[in-house]
Every structure is written in structure tokens, then in C-alpha cells.
Write a protein that binds this ligand. Structure first.
Ligand code: SF4
Length: 443
């Protein structure tokens, strides 16, 4: 039996697509390995959101070549779509497949034995590729329902590597969710490249709020057994209609992830972002008022071209005052073909590093404060099936996005269950909150 390994770089959408590719290879009779050594076929699903991601892809391909020179190597994903020649000319890849070809990877395996340079990358014009509902044996799944983006923020290479915004149609999404619920998953994370634009390209056009209402009317999930989490939503798209759905449906996880990018209006304008700090603060305060214990995460970038020390400091002050619970911090990465890459005002690397460190320190303080705020409080925690490696204890994830450890010796049959717990201060060397299951009398 031929052996295959699927390696993944990048975001939830890439991880979702890789699990679908893995399943299609398994269904085609491949034995799936979790590493490249020993594989006849290695598939690398690449990312190109930063220069570092490009370098990681090439470094991984060099490692595969060194450890398994006989393997046939397929490179797909965002770097393959936006810069196929870089991969084809590297001498490290047998076949380069675009995003559109990724879902039908099996159809291209016959190309592997053809001589010469092999690139199969078509323009991304058609409907969103349907990757089905790959079934992780885990308790929660990412489910990609939208692809591409048409916003062209000044720093972002994604529209070139993912194409314009395209959506899975409503019936397909509902069918997919029913399939996941039918498998007893405790949580599904709806994801996309620009999730808030789901439905806008459909005929008739639909909105994210309409999708949530359809899920309730057509599926009406039981919040004791299942929750739905939305991955990142652009601030303007977390609008009143979507928030009304959150107020109505207890099966929606109280967790909001918003790409802010900068706390400075001058920088937001240069980035081409469609909001300003005042609107953003109003949105955050509204979320905090309606859901005081919600997880509220941001993406923040440091060192965008033209960001002055004054911009950065005012942005930092803005973030200090904002009642959010964590950030993902990214140093600006110059991407070919983007407007920002042409700017003469590139921020020196040492300044970018220093600003990134300051933001990361503030992020730690926000995370710590939120964990403390949740101590002694009741939460619903999804029992995950990958035990904490060092302690062997079962891990859990709360609706408001706090990881915690369950008591030692808990029956692993609980995996996938939404367990009512009381969160307590960390009593372990890894800084995880303690999740104490609530007894029948306490629920
Ligand atoms: S909204 Fe902006 S940052 Fe997000 S994927 Fe689209 S272009 Fe990139």
C-alpha cells in the first residue's frame, strides 16, 4: 500500500483543506503517515501570508528532500497559487497545484510521473471549492464555508493567493453541519478567508446573520450538546444583525475574534481598513456590555510602513484601555504585489521587533487578567481528546476560549462532551486554569 503524508502551514482554512486532502488519499487507498519519512507521496499545503511563511515552506521542502529523496512531492496552497515558479524552480517539488486544483488532488496524481516542470495552477474564478466535511477524530472541527477576499488591504497578499470572495451555498453549509452534529462533535468552528462576506456572492445574496437564523430554524442545535464558534470576523461585519443572533442563540460560543490591525487611525487609513478606532471601541464596549465574560480577541500588526513612534504609542494606549482578552500579534511582513510593499517608509526591523515585544507583553497581561476574572465562575468546557502531554490530564476549552485542565483520572469517555465546570486558579506549573466538573447539585 502506498504511503502518503500531508503537511500543513498556515491558517484554519488550510488545516481544514488538508484534513479533506488527507481523507481523500486515505479513501483512495493510501496509508496516511504523520511525517514525510517513509512516504511515497508528500503533500505540502503552503501559506504565503508572511515572508516567514514562504521561507518555512522552502525549509520544509528541503528537509523532505534530505530525509526522503525518493518521495514524490506536491506543493499546493497559497504560495503555490501566487508564486508557482518559485516552487517549480526550487528542484524540491514534483508537482505544483493551485488552490482550485487542491480539492481534486487525486485527479492530478497521474501527472507525477510525467517528465519536466509541472505546474497546474488555474485562475481562481469559479465557485468556492467544496472540500466536503472531513471528519477529524477529534471533538471539534474547523468547517470552511467561504473562500477568498476582495478587500485588498494595503499589506495583504491573500486576495492574490485566494481569489475573490466565494461562498458555499446555504444548503451545502446546513448539510455539512448536520453531518458534523451527526458524528457527535461538541463544537464546529465556521471559518473562511473573509467569513463576514459569506453569502454576498450567492443568488439571491445572503448574510452571515441569515445563515445563523437558518441554522437555528433548520437544525436548532441543543446548546447542552453542541456549540458553534465563528472564527475571525471583520469588525464592520459583526453588525447588529449578527449580534442579535448571538443574543437569541445559546449554541453560539461567546467568543469574538476581530482583526483590528492597528490602534491608530492614521495607520488604519494607510492600511485601507474600513473602520476607525472610535467605531471599533464602540463595538468592543457593546460586546462587553452584552457578554461581560465573552472571549474577545484581536489581530494586531506592528511596524506597518509609515507607522511613527507616536502612532505606535497612541495605538498602545488605545489597546491598554480596550477591554479585550487577548491579541495575536504580527510584525508587518512586506509582501510582493501589495500597496504597502511599495511604500518608501518601511519601518526598520529592530523597531518592528521592539514594538512586537511591547504588544506581546500587553497581550500576556490581558490574558492573565481575563483568566483571573473567570476564576470561581461557571463555564461550559468542551473536553478535548488530546491529553495534556506533560500531565496526561484531559484538556478542555471553554466557550469564551479559555484552555483549562480537568482533574487527573477523569474518564476519557467524556471527550467531546460540553461539561459544566467551575474554573479555578492554576494549580499546575503550566499556567492552565483548573476546570472542576460541577456535580449534579451544582448545575
Ligand atoms: S480583509 Fe484584508 S486582511 Fe483580511 S484577507 Fe482580505 S485583504 Fe487580507
Amino acid at each position: 500500500m502506498a504511503k502518503a503524508a500531508v503537511l500543513t502551514l498556515g491558517c484554519k482554512v488550510n488545516q481544514f483543506e488538508s484534513s479533506a486532502v488527507t481523507e481523500s488519499l486515505r479513501a483512495a487507498g493510501f496509508e496516511i503517515l504523520d511525517q514525510a519519512v517513509g512516504a511515497d507521496l508528500v503533500v505540502l499545503n503552503t501559506c504565503t501570508v508572511t515572508r516567514k511563511a514562504d521561507q518555512e515552506a522552502l525549509a520544509l521542502l528541503r528537509r523532505v528532500k534530505r530525509l526522503n529523496p525518493a518521495a514524490k512531492v506536491v506543493a499546493t496552497g497559497c504560495l503555490a497559487q501566487s508564486n508557482p515558479d518559485l516552487l517549480a524552480d526550487s528542484g524540491l517539488v514534483t508537482l505544483v497545484l493551485g488552490q482550485g486544483e487542491k480539492a481534486g488532488l487525486l485527479d492530478h496524481l497521474s501527472d507525477l510521473d510525467r517528465p519536466g516542470r509541472k505546474i497546474r495552477v488555474a485562475p481562481l474564478t469559479g465557485p468556492a471549492a467544496d472540500f466536503g466535511t472531513p471528519g477529524p477524530a477529534r471533538t471539534r472541527a474547523f468547517y470552511k464555508i467561504q473562500d477568498g477576499c476582495s478587500a485588498f488591504c494595503a499589506y495583504c497578499a491573500v486576495p492574490r493567493s485566494r481569489g475573490p470572495s466565494r461562498s458555499l451555498d446555504l444548503d451545502r453549509v446546513l448539510e455539512g453541519l448536520r453531518s458534523y452534529l451527526g458524528r457527535g462533535l461538541g463544537e464546529v468552528v465556521l471559518c473562511g478567508i473573509h467569513l463576514g462576506h459569506w453569502g454576498r456572492d450567492l443568488k439571491p445574496a445572503l448574510s452571515l446573520a441569515e445563515l445563523l437564523h437558518s441554522i437555528d430554524s433548520e437544525i436548532s442545535p441543543d446548546p447542552e450538546l453542541f456549540r458553534l464558534r465563528l472564527s475571525s470576523v471583520e469588525p464592520p461585519e459583526l453588525d447588529g444583525e449578527v449580534l442579535t443572533a448571538y443574543e437569541m442563540y445559546p449554541w453560539l460560543a461567546p467568543h469574538f475574534h476581530l482583526p483590528l490591525q492597528s490602534g491608530s487611525d492614521r495607520v488604519l487609513e494607510m492600511m485601507g481598513r474600513p473602520y476607525r478606532t472610535a467605531q471599533f471601541r464602540d463595538l468592543v464596549l457593546r460586546l462587553k456590555e452584552s457578554w461581560p465574560l465573552a472571549g474577545l480577541g484581536l489581530d494586531v500588526m506592528a511596524g506597518f510602513p509609515g507607522e511613527s513612534e507616536r502612532d505606535f504609542q497612541s495605538g498602545l494606549e488605545f489597546l491598554k484601555d480596550l477591554p479585550v482578552t487577548y491579541f495575536h500579534v504580527f510584525p508587518y511582513s512586506r509582501r510582493p504585489g501589495t500597496r504597502a510593499a511599495e511604500s518608501p517608509h518601511q519601518v526598520p526591523e529592530h523597531l518592528k521587533r521592539a514594538r512586537t515585544l511591547e504588544l506581546k507583553a500587553l497581550n500576556l497581561a490581558k490574558r492573565r487578567a481575563f483568566a483571573e476574572l473567570n476564576c470561581g465562575r461557571r463555564q461550559q468546557a468542551l473536553v478535548e481528546n488530546t491529553p495534556h502531554p506533560a500531565s496526561g490530564r484531559l484538556k478542555a476549552l471553554t466557550g469564551n476560549y479559555l484552555p483549562a485542565l480537568l482533574p487527573a483520572g477523569l474518564d476519557s469517555a467524556l471527550t467531546g462532551v460540553l461539561l459544566p465546570v467551575r474554573l479555578e486558579a492554576p494549580a499546575n506549573p503550566w499556567g492552565f486554569l483548573e476546570a472542576r466538573p460541577l456535580g449534579a447539585g451544582e448545575i
